[in-house]
Ligand binder design. Structure first.
Ligand SMILES: N[C@@H](CCC(=O)N[C@@H](CS)C(=O)NCC(=O)O)C(=O)O
Length: 311
């Protein structure tokens, strides 16, 4: 265990060597590493995360205060990308899934939403919108998860079918990303997520908007007639739409009457279990918070009303 941790701490460790180190770590070591990761996500000190994907992808997980560490041997000075992400945020999950699918190494920097780490002046230098996620690619800072997804595909894996290059195929992917941002995620998260974390009620109007979003997405799936949201194969649009839909499952919202959506969502789970696991872990966190509303009274949120918790 000590050997594993000390090797992980080595700033000059190569990804490949680290992969081998982790692959040979005992199960006990891995579970200790995972436990430390869990405490990190609660806002404690720095550690490394072993991402359970079936690919040799390594993600190091640090917290915001300790996010200065990097991979790279002296011979290979290229900085590994950093992703500032929140563990249960759909846009963050989509970027993590794309990085995993594309087998791109990255450092995962956990931003603790409950502590308001994204509302600091320091974070505003990364993203003046004070939203999560943000990608840091060797000093190039990019927010808006759709833009991040498009950038990593274009820069690191041009031609990959996750983000097709042919104009019409790409336009459909872009359309679904815009649809998710403007309508699907907007309507769904206002109904599912906002009342869990802030002092909002689920209303009839909110419910109508969810059904409207589902109805439109169902129509898109029907009209295009493809297996996935924008093509017969997985694209970056699926990640965003899957993670929005996941928040419906998190609150036990029955959307089975939208048969195309229901099938597409469940097909993703069975066909990409290692990617679904990223969403599923987040769903469990959301379910935990739904059952145990977090006390965010210390947050001075500029927009959202904070729920008063009787102590
Ligand atoms: N349009 C943004 C939205 C990101 C977003 O909504 N992030 C949430 C976390 S899931 C956030 O940072 N909210 C800030 C806040 O509510 O204070 C994107 O897709 O990247």
């Amino acid at each position: 265990m000590r050997r594993v941790l000390s090797q992980m701490h080595g700033v000059r460790q190569s990804c490949c060597h680290l992969t081998q180190t982790l692959a040979t770590a005992s199960n006990d070591s891995k579970s200790i590493i995972e436990n430390i990761y869990m405490s990190n996500s609660l806002g404690r000190s720095f550690i490394v995360n072993w991402l359970h994907v079936s690919t040799p992808v390594i993600s190091r997980c640090t917290n915001l205060q300790n996010s200065h560490l990097q991979f790279g041997s002296p011979a290979n000075k290229q900085m590994v990308m950093k992703l500032y992400a929140v563990s249960d945020g759909p846009p963050s999950l989509s970027v993590r899934q794309a990085l995993a699918k594309l087998e791109l190494p990255f450092e995962l920097v956990n931003v603790d939403f409950g502590k308001g780490e994204h509302m600091t002046t320091e974070y505003a230098l990364l993203n003046p919108q004070k939203e999560i996620p943000v990608l840091d690619d060797d000093g190039f800072h990019l927010s808006e998860s759709n833009a991040i997804l498009q950038y990593i595909c274009d820069k690191y894996t041009p031609g990959n079918e996750l983000y097709p290059q042919e104009a019409k195929a790409r336009a459909i992917v872009n359309h679904r990303l815009c649809f998710n941002l403007s309508t699907y995620y907007a309507n769904i998260s206002a109904y599912t997520m906002a009342p869990i974390f802030f002092d909002y009620q689920r209303t009839e109007l909110g419910l109508k908007k969810v059904h409207m979003a589902l109805d439109v997405f169902e129509t898109y799936l029907q009209r295009l007639g493809t297996k996935y949201a924008a093509a017969d194969h997985l694209t970056i649009a699926d990640f965003q739409l899957i993670n929005s839909t996941m928040t419906l499952e998190a609150i036990d919202f029955d959307f089975s009457k939208y048969t195309k959506i229901y099938k597409w969502y469940n097909d993703f789970k069975t066909q990409y279990p290692e990617l679904w696991k990223i969403s599923e872990d987040a769903m469990k966190e959301i379910q935990y918070f739904a059952a145990n509303p977090p006390d965010l009274s210390h947050l001075n949120h500029p927009i959202h009303p904070i729920r008063k918790i009787n102590k």
